[in-house]
Design a protein around this ligand. Structure first.
Ligand code: SF4
Ligand code: SF4
Length: 124
């Protein structure tokens, strides 16, 4: 067998639960990429797009209010549920979920089958 392993999740059918995680860590490289993307200085991007995380020196993406989850990453388009900085998104977003399965998508699919409603979104 050859080719890429099949993924058992479909982000296009999910309201971007992973973008609601409060702790989406960024590295200096991620901030540099975002700064370049927006044509602003590193320090400005750092302050505007990230805030202090739990760990010393950690910077996480800033959030804003959302109608599906409590809050989501400031870069999520809250209507289309897609990333507005896709080409410049942090490494952690590129790697997620890091396997052929996404736990949330499994849960979402189960609930949708149970409810017999392909659009169903379980309350957070
Ligand atoms: S929670 Fe899973 S299925 Fe939903 S957008 Fe994130 S990776 Fe995709
Ligand atoms: S940068 Fe994009 S992919 Fe990453 S959490 Fe924000 S909206 Fe989601």
């Amino acid at each position: 067998m050859s080719g890429r392993p099949r993924n058992f999740y479909n982000c296009a059918k999910c309201p971007a639960y992973c973008c609601s995680y409060p702790r989406i860590q960024t590295t200096r490289r991620d901030i540099r990429r975002l700064a370049r993307y927006f044509g602003v200085a590193f320090e400005k991007a750092r302050k505007k797009f990230t805030k202090k995380g739990e760990e010393k020196g950690e910077r996480v993406l800033r959030h804003r209010k959302d109608h599906v989850y409590d809050s989501v990453c400031r870069f999520l388009d809250r209507d289309t549920r897609s990333c507005t900085v896709y080409e410049a998104r942090p490494a952690i977003c590129r790697e997620y979920p890091g396997s052929t399965r996404c736990g949330y998508y499994d849960f979402l699919s189960f609930e949708r089958r149970t409810q017999e409603d392909p659009e169903f979104i379980p309350s957070a």
